[in-house]
Write a protein that binds this ligand. Structure first.
Ligand code: ATP
Ligand code: CA
Ligand code: CA
Length: 432
């Protein structure tokens, strides 16, 4: 498949940082996982633990390649979150530490954050601003409670919050979260929608040079696109979005967006899934043959395969219902994908379009609400003030959280309709 990003190897400028991040995650996550599970306490939400790594090692930490400091935040809360999101603890560690190969997606946003994909493309490490870090710690309990009550949330799934610091370097805060996009399917179009129009246009003339660019609200409207969900899925989708946005409004969060990756089933995958030749997309958009096959797409080792088979047997033994079609045709790998347990990710990791009669449509949407750690702070208020002088309020993006959320829900709900419904509305409009 097509992989986005550049490989982080020994020659990469951020190799040491990436290596330390993964070493720290491996150490702290295994440390917490090794203990007996227990209920959360109030103190778990504020917990932080600092570790010093060096090349010799000490009684607490094993020896590492480089000297660095690592801080682990609320480890028990994140352990419980990972379990709520049904991640397999061993899988999580394998994905994030095996061979220390990540791919880096430079800094796609204006914020200066860096994005790293785990080599199997399941997880994203996003470096975050100190203010976002402080804010996540502050709202962690609300987020946790929301996720318990709404396991099908569309909000980013956070799996860990950490900080790394190399000697004389600055402190780098980062979160580990779900990659909304699948490792095994091409995403033909990507949109990042906020429900605002100002500055929400990717220049169409630049699309040719960068065909996989993330498009925005105006590009979406120009194409007259819809999230094609029939009555059942539409209802579920809008209800969940409303609940999620309510939380964001209550926490005074804004600037988030609905990220949508569209897989067109008719186009399918350009490359054969089992094809060992990967293409790596450089930030410039230029595709290059990857000299190292299987760098990011992991083929299960014999050991893993036997573990999976064992789990499968266990699953059958414990009488967990296994849908017929899955037992008959799907690989154990797919059966075990935790995403499939969640409503909006249950169609091969995404949410498939449906028609008015709820029969399956031609697209799979991979979607979720991302970038939800921006507090409506002083900066935003100032932006509001400055922009507010020139533009009408309905068009600027920095409006207060309450209205931001309402506008977001209105926009997304408004474009959630099947082709048939859109057609009907057009005729109706034309008739009047
Ligand atoms: P800004 O604040 O300028 O919007 P940011 O650095 O906070 O940028 P995000 O908005 O979180 O970045 O994400 C930027 C891009 O990274 C998204 O448009 C999307 O292409 C990709 N991305 C972010 N989160 C995810 C995710 N969970 N799954 C897949 N892709 C993601
Ligand atoms: Ca954003
Ligand atoms: Ca941001």
């Amino acid at each position: 498949r097509v992989v986005v990003g550049t490989k982080v190897d020994q020659h990469h400028v951020n190799w040491v940082t990436a290596y330390n991040m993964l070493t720290g995650i491996r150490f702290t996550v295994s440390r917490t996982n090794a203990k007996m599970d227990r209920d959360l306490t109030d103190a778990d939400f504020d917990a932080k633990h600092k570790f010093s790594f060096d090349i010799t090692g000490n009684e607490l930490t094993p020896s590492a390649k480089y000297d660095f400091k690592f801080k682990d935040y609320a480890p028990w809360v994140f352990r419980h979150l990972r379990s709520t999101f049904k991640l397999d603890p061993a899988d999580y560690l394998v994905s994030l530490t095996s061979k220390y190969i990540l791919s880096e997606l430079g800094s796609p946003g204006k914020s200066g954050s860096f994005f790293y994909f785990s080599r199997d493309y399941k997880y994203i490490i996003k470096t975050i601003h100190h203010a976002e870090h402080k804010f996540l710690r502050k709202i962690l309990r609300d987020y946790y409670t929301h996720v318990q009550e709404n396991p099908n949330t569309l909000l980013s799934q956070f799996y860990g919050l950490h900080r790394v610091k190399i000697p004389y370097g600055r402190k780098i805060h980062f979160v580990v979260m779900n990659n909304l996009f699948p490792p095994h399917r091409d995403i033909h179009h990507t949109f990042d929608l906020k429900g605002s129009t100002i500055g929400r246009d990717f220049k169409e003339e630049e699309l040719a040079a960068n065909p996989r660019a993330t498009l925005k609200d105006l590009n979406w409207l120009r194409r007259d696109l819809h999230l094609e969900f029939g009555p059942t899925k539409k209802k579920m989708f809008i209800e969940q979005m409303q609940k999620d946005v309510k939380l964001l409004q209550r926490l005074h969060i804004m600037d988030y967006s609905l990220l949508i990756g569209i897989h067109d089933l008719e186009k399918g995958n350009e490359e054969n899934l089992r094809d060992k030749t990967l293409k790596v997309f450089q930030p410039g958009g230029e595709a290059a043959e990857d000299p190292q096959p299987n760098m990011l797409v992991r083929t299960p080792s014999k050991l893993e395969a036997s573990r999976k088979a064992r789990e499968l047997r266990q699953m059958v033994k414990t009488q967990r219902p296994v849908p017929m079609e899955q037992t008959s045709s799907k690989m154990p790998d797919e059966l075990r994908d935790p995403k499939l347990n969640f409503y909006f990710y249950s169609d091969d990791g995404g949410f498939q379009a449906t028609h008015e009669d709820d029969t399956s449509g031609e697209e799979i949407y991979y979607l979720g609400i991302i970038d939800c750690l921006t507090h409506y702070s002083l900066i935003k208020r100032m932006e509001h003030f400055i922009k507010g002088l020139a533009n009408t309020e309905s068009q600027i993006s920095a409006i207060p959280p309450e209205r931001y959320g309402d506008r977001f829900v209105r926009f997304i709900s408004g474009v959630t309709k099947t082709k048939e419904a859109a057609e009907r509305e057009k005729h109706h409009e034309a008739a009047h």
